[in-house]
Every structure is written in C-alpha cells, then in structure tokens.
Design a protein around this ligand. Structure first.
Ligand code: NAD
Length: 507
C-alpha cells in the first residue's frame, strides 16, 4: 500500500520514530490533506522527551471542509442498508487484528504506556467494532398492533446526520472507538478530533478504515486543539458531540454545544475511591489496588486514587502490601517488556503531580514511598509510584484528580464512614469495594454515587455492550456511551400511528 502522507508522516513505523518531526495530515472526504493552518504543536515521546511529530492546531476551514464532506456523505450512507454498512466493520475488525501490534507500538511511543497496556487499549477498541457489527439488531424499533381499534403503531430509530467526537490523550486508540462505530453503523457520518498530544495511532487506524472500504466522507479526521473544538461545538450542521477529557473542558464543551442546540455526552475527570474491608482476600486486593493506581502510570479515568482501609487490621495489611509493591515496581520505557510503569504524558504533568505530592506533605500526610526521587532517569517524564498515608478528607490529594502513579491511603472506622467520604467527592466516575461479604457488597452498590462500580475489581470498565460513563462532575449529559446507549444517543425515535380503513375487497 502506498503511504498516503507523501512522506509527511514517515512515523507510522515506530522504528522510524524520533528521527524527524513531521506534521500529521487530516483525512477529509476520503483524502489525506494538510491543515489549512500553519501553526503546530509538538508530539513528544514521553519516554525520551523527543519530538516525534507535529500536530496542526487546525482551523475553522478544516472543520467546515469536514462537515461539508460528512453532510454530503450522509445522503447516501443513511440509505445504505445496515447489512451493507456493517460489512465495512467486519473488514476493519480483521485489519485491526492484523495490525494490533503495530498500533500498540505507536500508542506506547506517543503516550508512554507499557506495550501490554497499549495492546489492551487496542483490544478494547476492536470490541467496539465487534458490538457495532450487531447494528441490525441494535437499531431495531418496536411495533404494536391495535393500540386502539384498527390502529397500529411503529417506532423506528433513524440517524440524525453529522456527529463529532473530541478525545483525550490517555487512551489514544480506544476512546475514539467508543463513539464513531455506533454513530456510523447506525447511519450517521462523523468527524473525529483526537488529542493533539497523541495523533499518530489514529493516523494508522484511519489508514485501515480507508483500506476496509469506508465510503468517502462517512468518517473524517481533523487534527487540532481548542480552536477546532470550539468550531465543532458551534457548527450549525453538527447534530451532536461526544467528548472525553478533563472536567473543566467537558463542562465547557457541554455548555457550548448544548447552547447551539446539539445533543452532547461529555465525559470528564475523576477522583476514584477504593475501599478494603477486613474480610477481603488481602493478597488479591493489594495486587488489584496497586495495579489500578499505577497502571498506565495512573493516567486512567478509572484509576484508583484514595484507598480506604476499614479498621486497623485491614489498614495495616493494606499499607504493608502497597509499600512492598511500590518498592518492587520497575519504571521505564514502555517498549521494554521488563517495565511495569511507563512515563507520564508530559513535563508539565510530571511537575503538577510532584506539586500535589508536596501539598500532601505540607498538609500533614506522610510520604511512605516517594516516586519523585525513586527513579533515576535522565530523559523522559518518569515518576516512581508514590505511597502517601494519613490522607484526610480536606487535603488537596483527596479532592483533586492526580492522574499520576500516586496511592493515597487512609484508615476509616466503618464501611458507612468510607461511603460517606467517597460520596462527598464532587466526582462520580467509579469506585471499588474489596470484600468477601455479599451483604457489604450489596450495601456498597446500593449507596455509592459513582456510576461504575467494582466489587473485587480494580478497573471496572464496562465492556462495549454495557453503557460507560460516570455522574456528578465526571459526566455532563444523560445518555451514556457504548452499546445500546450509544445507539440511543446517535438516533432519533420516530413514531408513526397508522389507521387504514378496512377494504372489503381484501379483508
Ligand atoms: P483535556 O481536557 O486536556 O483534553 C481533551 C480534549 O479536549 C483534547 O482533544 C483537547 O484538544 C481538547 N481541549 C483541551 N483544552 C481545551 C480547551 N480549553 N477548549 C476546548 N478544547 C480543549 O484532557 P486530557 O488531558 O487529554 O485527558 C485527561 C483527562 O481526561 C482526565 O481528566 C481524565 O480523567 C479524563 N478522561 C475521562 C474519561 C471518562 O470516561 N470519564 C476517560 C478518559 C479520560
């Protein structure tokens, strides 16, 4: 296959990355085109601190071109039988499987997460394609004869037009798949704006989408930053926006896009609590908690952050186990299979996390393992796992999203106290309980605010066929992502009520 980027992106083979820094292109109306703007942002390999590509900041013209292409494509795509539409998805599924390793390596190089995590990132994306292949069933409506004498009623789902998604840096391959497969398989057309910090895995994925035979204009890729986001939110021909990112931007997108009459689902930041009861299987709980807090260098929206041990015994076992695990962790370049924690995304992120650790110390907590000093790397943005004890409710580290490999420990007296604390958070993405008691598990599920709950699970990420999304400041909107909920978001329900006079010649 010829490289569609004419040498502009000679970076898709990760072995070639780092030798030069070139500007990524957009994919609009089935062609790879340069942004009409000239300003760019550096894409940096966080394990090395080197520039590996450049992302255009994008322009309103780029968005207008993409919307025009998607609007035109919608006319025939919505009339394409759903069975035909999903054939593209079957082909893409196979292409993604074949290229999984390459996409994972690109992901590790642009994002920093270890290769095993990057493979999981791609796998979770492929699962969205698999579920979208069931669109003939997902899209079905309902019908009922004789709602009144001789009157029948039919409700069908119909696509609305052009949708767009704006996605974050932390799951470069996966998060875009949360949205467009469901929007497109249900007959809409689409524009994706990936994070400007990690544009490369989407370039590879779009090459595969093209190879799978997606008709031109059905899906478009526009790179850029906030100017492009605002243009999407304000564009009169876009019917709805799916957003994932930090809470302030999620709120801004929700407010701006709803003001211009769009459907919006806007997934924001998180502060996730985990509770460990005395009756938990402690070895398994410690391992799971540690992986949740430090996997992807703590940069998951479902990462554990504040861990509450209930009672002296549970707490002391938890603390000892977590400290031991933190001291044994290996930190370094995610392409090295011996490494279990990669770098954080940027120098700024590293400085922010370090200052949050310092704030905990200043506010009276105790640092048991200090990740600021435990790593000896001369390049890249590495932090070792940090373990903090004596964390209290009013401390910054207990209220703000850290998004780094930091484990905040605290002791509480009862499950009620733990639930009261976690429900006082302004976020509501996820929470987990570790226990062998069914009664405790039920109470927990019944009483906690967050919408995604784990029982003896560290990263309770709903699969592609269940809905995904939090509550409070972790979610702005009402209809969630993935599966059937996605189909609800991307379609309108049209109801027709029909009365036909009986024709005595027929019946
Ligand atoms: P971010 O908010 O900085 O960026 C997300 C997107 O918004 C990017 O595409 C970016 O270009 C755009 N953007 C950034 N600043 C903007 C502005 N001022 N105006 C308009 N657009 C802007 O988020 P991030 O740092 O890339 O990602 C990390 C955040 O995402 C964390 O808070 C994490 O919890 C959250 N996240 C949430 C979920 C979830 O399911 N709730 C999933 C993944 C990540």
């Amino acid at each position: 296959m010829t490289n569609p980027h004419n040498g502009q992106v000679a970076l898709l083979n990760p072995d070639k990355m780092g030798k030069s820094a070139q500007t990524v292109k957009n994919y609009i109306n089935g062609s790879w085109v340069e942004s009409s703007g000239s300003e760019t942002i550096d894409v940096i390999n966080p394990a090395k601190g080197t520039v590996i590509a450049k992302t255009p900041i994008g322009t309103v013209k780029d968005i207008n071109d993409a919307v025009n292409a998607a609007k035109e494509a919608f006319k025939s795509w919505r009339q394409t039988p759903v069975e035909e539409r999903i054939q593209v998805f079957f082909r893409l599924k196979n292409l993604l499987e074949k290229n999984l390793e390459e996409i994972a390596k690109i992901c590790t190089t642009e994002n920093g997460k270890i290769l095993q995590e990057a493979r999981g990132d791609v796998r979770r994306g492929i699962q969205m394609i698999e579920v979208a292949c069931g669109m003939p069933t997902l899209l079905m409506g309902k019908g009922l004869e004789d709602i009144a004498s001789g009157i029948d009623c039919y409700a069908i789902r119909r696509p609305l037009g052009v949708f767009a998604a704006i996605t974050p840096f932390n799951f470069p391959p996966m998060v875009p798949f949360w949205f467009w497969p469901f929007a497109i398989a249900s007959g809409n057309t689409f524009i994706l704006k990936p994070s400007e910090r990690v544009p490369l895995s989407q370039i590879k994925i779009f090459e595969l989408i093209e190879e799978a035979g997606m008709p031109k204009g059905v899906i478009n890729l526009v790179n850029g930053s906030k100017e492009v986001v605002n243009a999407l939110c304000n564009h009169p021909d876009i019917k709805g926006i799916s957003f994932v990112g930090s809470t302030p931007v999620a709120k801004h997108v929700y407010e701006t896009a709803t003001k211009s009459g769009k459907r919006v689902q806007s997934l924001g930041g998180a502060k996730n609590f985990m509770v460990v009861l005395q009756d938990a299987n402690m070895d398994s709980a410690v391992k799971t908690v540690f992986e949740s807090c430090t996997g992807c260098a703590g940069q998951r929206c479902l990462a554990g952050s504040v861990i509450l041990g209930v009672g002296d015994d549970a707490y002391s076992k938890l603390e000892a186990g977590i400290v031991k695990a933190a001291k044994q962790a290996t930190v370094g370049d995610g392409l090295d299979p011996a490494i279990n924690i990669g770098p954080v995304i940027s120098k700024e992120a590293k400085e922010r996390i370090k200052s949050l650790i310092q704030s905990a110390e200043d506010e009276g907590a105790k640092i048991l393992v200090d990740g600021r000093t435990s790593v000896n790397q001369t390049e890249g943005y590495f932090l070792g796992p940090t373990v903090i004890t004596g964390v209290a409710r009013n401390m910054k580290v207990s209220k703000e999203e850290i998004f780094g490999p930091v484990i905040c420990l605290a002791k509480v007296k009862s499950l009620d106290e733990a639930i009261d604390w976690l429900n006082s958070s302004e976020y509501g993405n996820t929470t987990s309980l570790f226990t062998t008691s069914g009664a405790a598990a039920r109470k927990f599920c019944y009483e906690v605010d967050p919408s995604m709950i784990g029982i003896n699970i560290g990263v309770p990420a709903p699969m592609a066929f269940f809905s995904f999304g939090g509550t409070k400041n972790s979610y702005f909107g009402d209809v969630k992502a993935h599966g059937q909920a996605s189909v609800d978001f991307y379609t309108d329900t049209k109801v027709s009520i029909q009365r036909w006079a009986k024709d005595s010649n027929i019946w």
